[in-house]
Design a protein around this ligand. Structure first.
Ligand code: URA
Ligand code: SF4
Length: 226
């Protein structure tokens, strides 16, 4: 190993760049991966969170859904999509005729990022930075290699930009059959709105946004077996 050199003007030496890479075991066993993720120090988000929230679902699910990051309730439970966004997702899946038990569900970022609450207030979600999304990507790639879904659904801009690049504009590509650049995954990729964005949107827009999510989930499910 070379000496760590700090260049003037750089807050981090190059060897200290945020990444989960050195924590990800060379394994396609989800249990092994989930266990190792508990020890990840690939970026600073593990410091404030209660625990890592790894993906959940059967290995070899034919559909894999990716959200942004765990929320307050997911952080406490250790399971993705169990809070308000998860309940909305459950309703959308039901309306789309997709059984959640057959899906692998995960997030682009595995630790909860939040604004420090005032006393007695609940923790407010903060959008992960590009650095944190890129740092956490090796876990997502490892899950993709382990599950090998037929169809990958990227819900919201964070998940989409993690795998399709920071310039990707979700709204311009809904309803399209996409592919990932590189060799990480050669199955079908589709994008959808994020369940939380529907909850945060104006009440007048909620119905339309919810039905857009349902339509995208149905479209994704229909790509199986093609
Ligand atoms: N939002 C997400 O993106 N993921 C969760 O697990 C919960 C809320
Ligand atoms: Fe590791 Fe991802 Fe957690 Fe950062 S957010 S510490 S990269 S698991």
């Amino acid at each position: 190993m070379g000496r760590v050199r700090r260049r003037r003007g750089y807050p981090f030496a190059v060897s200290e760049r945020a990444t989960a890479a050195q924590f990800v075991p060379d394994s396609d066993d989800l249990t092994v991966l989930a266990y190792a993720a508990q020890g990840c120090r690939g970026c600073d988000l593990h410091r404030g969170a209660t625990q890592v929230v790894f993906g959940d679902g059967p290995r070899r699910a034919d559909l894999m859904l990716v959200g942004e990051q765990p929320g307050d309730q997911e952080d406490r439970a250790g399971t993705p999509f169990v809070g308000p966004a998860g309940r909305l997702l459950d309703r959308a899946l039901e309306e789309a005729g997709v059984d959640r038990a057959g899906l692998y569900v995960t997030n682009a970022v595995k630790h909860f990022k939040f604004a420090q609450p005032q006393r007695g207030q609940r923790r407010i979600h903060k959008t992960p930075s590009r650095t944190e999304v890129v740092a956490c990507r090796p876990w997502l790639i490892a899950e993709l290699a382990a599950v090998q879904p037929e169809v990958l659904v990227l819900m919201g801009a964070t998940a989409a930009q993690s795998l399709l690049g920071s310039g990707f504009r979700l709204t311009q590509h809904r309803g399209e059959l996409l592919r990932l650049p590189g060799n990480d995954f050669d199955g079908a990729v589709v994008v959808s709105p994020h369940p939380s964005s529907i909850l945060r949107g104006r009440p007048a827009d909620r119905d339309r946004a919810f039905h857009a999510l349902v339509a995208d989930l149905r479209f994704a499910a229909d790509q199986r077996g093609r």
